[in-house]
Ligand binder design. Structure first.
Ligand code: ROI
Length: 159
Protein backbone atom coordinates (compact mmCIF):
# COMPACT_ATOMS: atom_id res chain seq x y z
CA UNK A 1 0.00 0.00 0.00
CA UNK A 2 1.33 3.41 -0.91
CA UNK A 3 0.91 6.25 1.51
CA UNK A 4 1.73 9.93 1.18
CA UNK A 5 4.03 10.97 3.99
CA UNK A 6 5.50 14.28 5.07
CA UNK A 7 8.83 14.48 6.87
CA UNK A 8 10.21 17.55 8.66
CA UNK A 9 13.88 18.32 8.02
CA UNK A 10 15.97 20.23 10.56
CA UNK A 11 19.68 20.85 11.07
CA UNK A 12 21.83 23.37 12.91
CA UNK A 13 25.35 21.89 13.01
CA UNK A 14 28.09 21.00 10.49
CA UNK A 15 26.90 22.82 7.35
CA UNK A 16 23.15 22.55 7.94
CA UNK A 17 22.11 23.29 4.35
CA UNK A 18 24.41 20.52 3.10
CA UNK A 19 23.03 18.17 5.76
CA UNK A 20 19.51 18.80 4.51
CA UNK A 21 20.52 18.36 0.88
CA UNK A 22 22.25 15.06 1.70
CA UNK A 23 19.16 13.94 3.61
CA UNK A 24 16.93 14.74 0.63
CA UNK A 25 19.05 12.46 -1.57
CA UNK A 26 18.83 9.70 1.03
CA UNK A 27 15.05 10.14 1.33
CA UNK A 28 14.66 9.52 -2.40
CA UNK A 29 15.60 5.90 -1.78
CA UNK A 30 12.52 5.55 0.46
CA UNK A 31 10.14 7.12 -2.04
CA UNK A 32 8.09 5.41 -4.68
CA UNK A 33 9.86 5.92 -8.04
CA UNK A 34 12.38 8.12 -6.16
CA UNK A 35 10.01 11.07 -6.49
CA UNK A 36 9.97 13.52 -3.62
CA UNK A 37 8.76 17.09 -3.26
CA UNK A 38 10.90 19.38 -1.14
CA UNK A 39 9.80 22.75 0.22
CA UNK A 40 11.96 25.86 0.16
CA UNK A 41 14.41 25.87 3.07
CA UNK A 42 14.09 28.40 5.87
CA UNK A 43 16.36 29.76 8.56
CA UNK A 44 14.65 29.77 11.97
CA UNK A 45 15.46 30.79 15.51
CA UNK A 46 15.83 27.77 17.82
CA UNK A 47 12.71 26.85 19.73
CA UNK A 48 13.37 25.96 23.36
CA UNK A 49 15.68 27.23 26.07
CA UNK A 50 18.98 25.70 24.93
CA UNK A 51 21.42 28.25 23.47
CA UNK A 52 22.36 26.99 19.99
CA UNK A 53 22.82 28.10 16.36
CA UNK A 54 19.86 28.98 14.13
CA UNK A 55 18.22 26.06 12.35
CA UNK A 56 17.70 25.30 8.69
CA UNK A 57 14.25 23.76 8.26
CA UNK A 58 12.14 22.36 5.46
CA UNK A 59 9.63 19.61 4.69
CA UNK A 60 9.71 16.73 2.19
CA UNK A 61 6.66 14.85 0.90
CA UNK A 62 6.65 11.52 -0.90
CA UNK A 63 4.72 8.30 -1.45
CA UNK A 64 6.14 5.22 0.23
CA UNK A 65 5.22 1.60 0.79
CA UNK A 66 7.13 1.47 4.10
CA UNK A 67 5.07 0.95 7.25
CA UNK A 68 5.22 3.77 9.81
CA UNK A 69 7.76 1.92 11.98
CA UNK A 70 9.86 0.88 8.96
CA UNK A 71 9.85 4.53 7.87
CA UNK A 72 10.90 5.65 11.37
CA UNK A 73 13.77 3.12 11.34
CA UNK A 74 14.86 4.28 7.89
CA UNK A 75 14.84 7.94 8.99
CA UNK A 76 16.87 7.13 12.11
CA UNK A 77 19.38 5.26 9.91
CA UNK A 78 19.76 8.38 7.75
CA UNK A 79 20.20 10.57 10.86
CA UNK A 80 22.84 8.21 12.22
CA UNK A 81 24.66 7.97 8.88
CA UNK A 82 24.91 11.76 8.87
CA UNK A 83 26.59 11.71 12.24
CA UNK A 84 23.73 12.44 14.59
CA UNK A 85 24.52 11.72 18.19
CA UNK A 86 21.64 11.89 20.65
CA UNK A 87 22.85 14.26 23.34
CA UNK A 88 21.00 17.12 24.99
CA UNK A 89 17.20 17.02 24.80
CA UNK A 90 16.15 20.00 22.66
CA UNK A 91 19.85 20.61 21.93
CA UNK A 92 21.62 21.16 18.59
CA UNK A 93 21.72 18.43 15.97
CA UNK A 94 23.37 17.68 12.63
CA UNK A 95 20.09 16.29 11.30
CA UNK A 96 16.57 15.77 12.56
CA UNK A 97 14.02 13.88 10.45
CA UNK A 98 10.54 13.73 11.97
CA UNK A 99 7.49 12.05 10.48
CA UNK A 100 4.78 14.72 10.46
CA UNK A 101 1.99 12.87 8.68
CA UNK A 102 1.48 9.33 7.45
CA UNK A 103 -1.51 9.61 5.14
CA UNK A 104 -4.48 10.46 7.32
CA UNK A 105 -3.49 7.94 10.02
CA UNK A 106 -3.37 8.72 13.72
CA UNK A 107 -0.75 6.60 15.45
CA UNK A 108 0.02 6.52 19.15
CA UNK A 109 2.71 4.00 19.92
CA UNK A 110 5.65 4.09 22.34
CA UNK A 111 8.11 5.01 19.57
CA UNK A 112 5.84 7.00 17.35
CA UNK A 113 3.20 9.70 17.62
CA UNK A 114 1.61 10.80 14.33
CA UNK A 115 0.65 13.54 13.57
CA UNK A 116 3.87 14.86 15.14
CA UNK A 117 2.96 16.17 18.60
CA UNK A 118 4.37 19.70 18.16
CA UNK A 119 3.61 20.41 14.53
CA UNK A 120 0.57 22.63 14.99
CA UNK A 121 2.58 25.19 16.97
CA UNK A 122 5.77 25.23 14.86
CA UNK A 123 6.14 27.83 12.13
CA UNK A 124 9.20 25.99 10.77
CA UNK A 125 6.99 22.94 10.11
CA UNK A 126 3.63 24.46 9.12
CA UNK A 127 4.94 26.98 6.58
CA UNK A 128 7.12 24.62 4.50
CA UNK A 129 4.38 21.97 4.69
CA UNK A 130 1.88 24.48 3.28
CA UNK A 131 4.40 25.41 0.57
CA UNK A 132 4.25 21.87 -0.81
CA UNK A 133 0.58 21.15 -0.06
CA UNK A 134 -1.40 24.38 0.42
CA UNK A 135 -4.76 22.61 0.67
CA UNK A 136 -3.76 19.94 3.17
CA UNK A 137 -6.34 18.92 5.74
CA UNK A 138 -4.93 17.34 8.91
CA UNK A 139 -6.34 14.07 10.30
CA UNK A 140 -8.15 16.13 12.97
CA UNK A 141 -9.99 17.81 10.05
CA UNK A 142 -8.24 21.16 10.60
CA UNK A 143 -7.15 23.01 7.51
CA UNK A 144 -3.36 23.38 7.63
CA UNK A 145 -3.48 26.98 6.38
CA UNK A 146 -5.80 28.02 9.22
CA UNK A 147 -3.00 27.29 11.73
CA UNK A 148 -0.50 29.68 10.13
CA UNK A 149 -0.47 33.14 11.71
CA UNK A 150 1.13 36.39 10.59
CA UNK A 151 3.57 36.11 13.51
CA UNK A 152 4.66 32.68 12.32
CA UNK A 153 5.39 34.00 8.83
CA UNK A 154 7.57 36.73 10.37
CA UNK A 155 9.66 34.12 12.20
CA UNK A 156 11.13 32.47 9.11
CA UNK A 157 13.61 33.67 6.52
CA UNK A 158 13.61 31.76 3.25
CA UNK A 159 17.10 30.74 2.21
N1 ROI B 1 13.97 24.91 16.62
C1 ROI B 1 13.93 25.20 15.30
N2 ROI B 1 13.84 26.47 14.93
N3 ROI B 1 13.96 24.23 14.36
C2 ROI B 1 14.03 22.93 14.68
O1 ROI B 1 14.06 22.05 13.78
C3 ROI B 1 14.08 22.59 16.04
N4 ROI B 1 14.16 21.29 16.45
C4 ROI B 1 14.17 20.96 17.73
C5 ROI B 1 14.11 21.98 18.82
C6 ROI B 1 15.33 21.81 19.71
C7 ROI B 1 12.83 21.75 19.61
N5 ROI B 1 14.09 23.33 18.33
C8 ROI B 1 14.04 23.63 17.00
O2 ROI B 1 14.20 19.68 18.05
Amino acid sequence: MNTMVYVALGANLNEPVQQIQDAVLALKSLALDSIITVSPLYRSVPMGDVEQPDYVNGVAGFNTDLSPIALLDALQDIENTQGRVREVRWGPRTLDLDILLYGQQVIEEPRLTIPHYGMKQRSFVLIPLADINPHLILPCNTELKSLITREMRAELIQI
